[in-house]
Design a protein around this ligand. Sequence first.
Ligand SMILES: Cc1cc2nc3c(=O)[nH]c(=O)nc-3n(C[C@H](O)[C@H](O)[C@H](O)COP(=O)(O)OP(=O)(O)OC[C@H]3O[C@@H](n4cnc5c(N)ncnc54)[C@H](O)[C@@H]3O)c2cc1C
Length: 499
Amino acid sequence: MIQHQVVIAGGGPTGMMLSAELKLSGIDVAIIERRLTPDIDGSRAGGLHARSLEVLDQRGVVERFLDAGYTAQVHGFGTTHFDITDFPTRHPYGLALWQKYIERLLADWIGELGVPVYRGREVTGFTQDDVGVDLHLADEEAVRAAWLCGCDGGRSVIRRTAGIAFEGWEPTISHLIAEVEVGTDAVEWGVRHDARGMHGLSRVAYEIRDGKIIYGDSGPVRIMLTEPEVEHQREPSLDDLREALVAVYGTDFGIHSPTWISRFTDAARQAMAYRKGRVLLAGDSAHIHYPAGGKGLNMGMQDAVNLGWKLALVAKGQAPESLLDTYEAERHPVAAEVLQDTMGHVAVMRTDPRSKALAAIVSELLGTEESRKRFGARMAELDIRYDLGDGHPLLGRRMPDLDLVTADGPTRVYALLQQARPVLLNFGAPGRVGAAGWADRVPLLEAVYDGPWELPVLGAVAAPAAVLVRPDGHVAWVGEGTSAGLSEALGRWFGPASG
Ligand SMILES: Cc1cc2nc3c(=O)[nH]c(=O)nc-3n(C[C@H](O)[C@H](O)[C@H](O)COP(=O)(O)OP(=O)(O)OC[C@H]3O[C@@H](n4cnc5c(N)ncnc54)[C@H](O)[C@@H]3O)c2cc1C
């Protein structure tokens, strides 16, 4: 029998990230994954946004991702690009890196952390009782866990078995996507627009030089075609791809040897609840949408970073189950906004005259400096503010990665978060704030920082005297000279005081 404190169904980017978060927090966690190998056939996602890079930086692994890809100004909406080079972050860019490499790096990392991954196992359902969950596997092996996380993608068996409604909007557009070989040098590379919409062919392998994409001249070709009618039921075949190429380009370019043929649509759906008893959802199992803006994988990883430490505290009995309600309260609105943004994105991509007129207006409005700051931060996910009540502008927002001086020498805030633990930073007179009852969970650090405090969109904010930073890097309490409200914040986020 397979038995763990937490079992994650699905070892995609969300499941792997969540497993790392739980493992770092000392939880006995395992992944059950249908695929036999860590390698995926094709890459849906093409990279990471600035906030995801910060999140990986908070865990000390961002360099391996940066080394594998290319940093670039990738954030945008419709035809408008937002250059975020001057944003107050150590990562004022996105990272161009295919999903297959992102997943490979995550798989290597969780391997180093010692997360067991049961491969070639398909979850078919589960039953839960007051103290745990029994997973049902296709091979009938028994699996028991105190908690189950459904990170099993948009068609989630976990979400369906939990009976959680997946509500939203039906598709209005569908695309074929594939990675194949071509049988000719006479390929029309690049993007073509016609009455149907957008189509494109490019080599999978590329590099970025001086901000320009330089494609390789051999190897697999990535094809994306807009379909004449919305199709979302049937799995596409090589013949479907050939037929669609001929309809758009008049030739199929001699395509052969596909490694991946798939289809995606602009269906937008969100789970009405992120938790049912001892079962939680994260990533695509909780939300699906059109990939414009490149948000899905990034959002899944950030769901995982919001959920991991909370579930760890609850699983260890250090915090009440109500802490898990904050996961849905914080992450559901983030995905709801992304669903709206992507629907807007689809509307401005349409090629009929009225949509084009709307797109021109949107493009003009987004061209201002104020829009660059606001929507650049939104697309880079640097503007997320969890609603933790009124107060200092830092409250609920991501903590900036400041260079600090401490009694042990110089450090930076994100280096303090690498073990997925919170930190209470006192910038005021030593001993001014204390967390005695939480010393086992929340380290206190006297630190000096004398630079500016700057946040994306908002710009300069008043320097706080102390901050309580959660393991996900969001600020849970801001001290402005006294400890008022600190005990309440510590109790709310890290359970009752001990001793
Ligand atoms: C064309 C396209 C382009 C995209 N581009 C971007 C982009 O640029 N940026 C971005 O952020 N996002 C992008 N996305 C979205 C991104 O690919 C997904 O949001 C992301 O893969 C979600 O990760 P996940 O781990 O939640 O789910 P998945 O990646 O779907 O992983 C789910 C895992 O669960 C496993 N599984 C499923 N069912 C079971 C079961 N019953 N038992 C055991 N295992 C199971 C699967 O094998 C899989 O490994 C794009 C999507 C598309 C279609």
